[in-house]
Design a protein around this ligand. Structure first.
Ligand SMILES: Cc1cc2nc3c(=O)[nH]c(=O)nc-3n(C[C@H](O)[C@H](O)[C@H](O)COP(=O)(O)OP(=O)(O)OC[C@H]3O[C@@H](n4cnc5c(N)ncnc54)[C@H](O)[C@@H]3O)c2cc1C
Length: 464
């Protein structure tokens, strides 16, 4: 545990580094890891010193809360809370996602159908705003506008330094049921039913996600807390977790292994590096089968384009990166999936249902309202996040980016929206209509009046 004094010293360093950046120059984070997927134009801006801001400050086991530094990865956070039998209400699947990144960039996981998104269990947070002031934002009070506008602001209003979050008790293991569906309408109907009832065939459901392999082969994985530690599986070895979903109907993992089940093979994306080929996998050190290692390999490819050059040399079509998480109302999800499987069609697709929390630190939102000012989720509505990550061949006569544009238009057509961590192509008007354009200017003016931080459109679409 880092302790309050060490935290204060780290914040002082951060503030000093802000003051050292000449007025008028842009300010950026100098963070070691990232899960962002946008290729960014190289900049000359100096980074803020975030050293010593990556730990857990304290855990209050009685109140079930933790004070956490914003650059703390979920891997470190979970390692600190599990020994107390506690975990954050939502733990994004990739180990190096940080608490601050997940709150500003809207992480999600299989507890989101009951716990909403990570920002909904934040009780208060300290933010270094664009104008260099350190403020504490809470659901009520002077900076409630920033509290509500921080999610989906992607560091364009300020950078969180400390967050106080709620924790929930865990049991030692999670029992899994992999339920197969051969019809997408039945699959999404089941998502709706389970999200509302929190049970399936008489057994409680504490975690819910799914994988679509094709229109006739999709699974929901229902997780239920258990203290029975017999018959545990381990997917850090030869078999990737996603393959077990097709092979087994039930399974069991420790809570630790359940939380990181997707990290080892970066869902299924490790296949792109040969890491699922048994001959390669045998020699690929287990400690290097992690999402951040694969992410770095993608970074190398984005920089040097080795695979793209080999493909070109072999006469293969150029490929477009399609890395998106989109959210559809559950009632339109089957239609979207059918469109996707006809038009994209890159599988598997990850499904993760979510509902805004019915009550939490930010109160009980009125049905139909949009309580978080920069992100278009409505209270009382079940959504399904569909995640698909990879590349597709660019069709003859089409240009790079066209497939992403097609997806953007289709998602909007099915009443959905998408996360902004990856490539986006919206024109400015469409973008602001979806992502809080009526609220953003006032927030920007109040917290970053001199524009020391980029604007959300410039960052999300302009790749700056
Ligand atoms: C392939 C892929 C799959 C993904 N899958 C999932 C998933 O399954 N579940 C999930 O939850 N999320 C997923 N994400 C999204 C991820 O949660 C977000 O991109 C998140 O913002 C990443 O957090 P990070 O800590 O790595 O932040 P970074 O990647 O470092 O930064 C993301 C953005 O947040 C800003 N930022 C970072 N820290 C702070 C801070 N302290 N204060 C203010 N702004 C900050 C940065 O400026 C940047 O604009 C996925 C992303 C990718 C690329």
């Amino acid at each position: 545990m880092r302790g309050a004094q060490a935290h204060r010293a780290a914040v002082e360093r951060l503030l000093a580094s802000y003051r050292a950046i000449p007025a008028g120059q842009r300010v950026r984070l100098a963070k070691r890891t990232s899960n962002l997927f946008r290729a960014r134009a190289e900049g000359t801006t100096t980074g803020l010193d975030v050293s010593g801001l990556d730990g857990v400050i304290s855990i209050d086991t009685a109140a079930r809360t933790a004070d956490v530094q914003a650059m703390c990865t979920y891997e470190s956070l979970v390692a600190a809370t599990l020994p107390y039998g506690l975990m954050p209400l939502v733990v994004p699947q990739l180990k190096t996602i940080t608490l601050g990144g997940a709150v500003t960039g809207l992480g999600i996981e299989s507890s989101s159908f009951r716990n909403g998104l990570p920002h909904e269990s934040v009780l208060e947070l300290d933010i270094l705003t664009g104008d260099g002031t350190l403020v504490t934002a809470r659901p009520e009070g002077e900076h409630a506008d920033l509290f509500r506008g921080f999610p989906n602001s992607y560091g364009t209003l300020g950078y969180a330094t400390r967050l106080r979050i709620e924790l929930e008790p865990v049991q030692p293991a999670v029992a899994l049921r992999h339920v197969r569906f051969s019809d997408l309408d039945e699959l999404t109907a089941a998502i709706g039913t389970i999200s509302a009832a929190r049970e399936w065939e008489g057994t409680g459901v504490d975690f819910l996600d799914g994988v679509v392999f094709s229109a006739s082969e999709a699974y929901l994985t229902l997780g239920s807390w258990t203290d029975d530690l017999s018959g545990l599986s381990d997917y850090t070895g030869p078999e990737p977790f996603y393959r077990s979903i097709q092979r087994r109907t039930t399974d069991k993992l420790t809570i630790h292994d359940y939380l990181w089940r997707w990290d080892t093979d970066w869902f299924w994306c490790s296949a792109a590096f040969g890491a699922q080929n048994p001959k390669v996998r045998r020699y690929w050190p287990a400690r290097l089968r992690r999402s951040d290692v694969f992410h770095r390999l993608v970074g190398v490819e984005m920089k040097y384009g080795v695979v793209a050059k080999v493909d070109q040399w072999r006469g293969k079509p150029a490929r477009e990166r399609v890395i998106q998480d989109v959210e559809l109302p559950v009632t339109r999800t089957a239609e979207f999936l059918r469109w996707y499987l006809d038009h994209v069609p890159m599988t598997p697709v990850w499904l993760c249902p979510l509902r805004l929390r019915e009550s939490g630190p930010a109160g009980t939102p009125e049905a139909g309202s949009q309580p978080w000012s920069l992100y278009p989720l409505r209270a009382g509505q079940t959504y399904v996040n569909a995640g698909f990550w990879g590349t597709v061949a660019i069709e003859p006569g089409k240009a790079e980016g066209d497939k992403n544009r097609e997806i953007e238009a289709a998602v909007a057509g099915f009443d959905g929206h998408k996360s902004l961590y990856s490539d986006a192509y919206y024109d400015e008007e469409t973008f602001w209509a979806a992502y809080g354009g009526q609220n953003y200017p006032a927030l920007k003016q109040r917290y970053d009046g001199d524009g020391r931080l980029l604007d959300l459109y410039a960052k999300a679409v302009g790749r700056r």
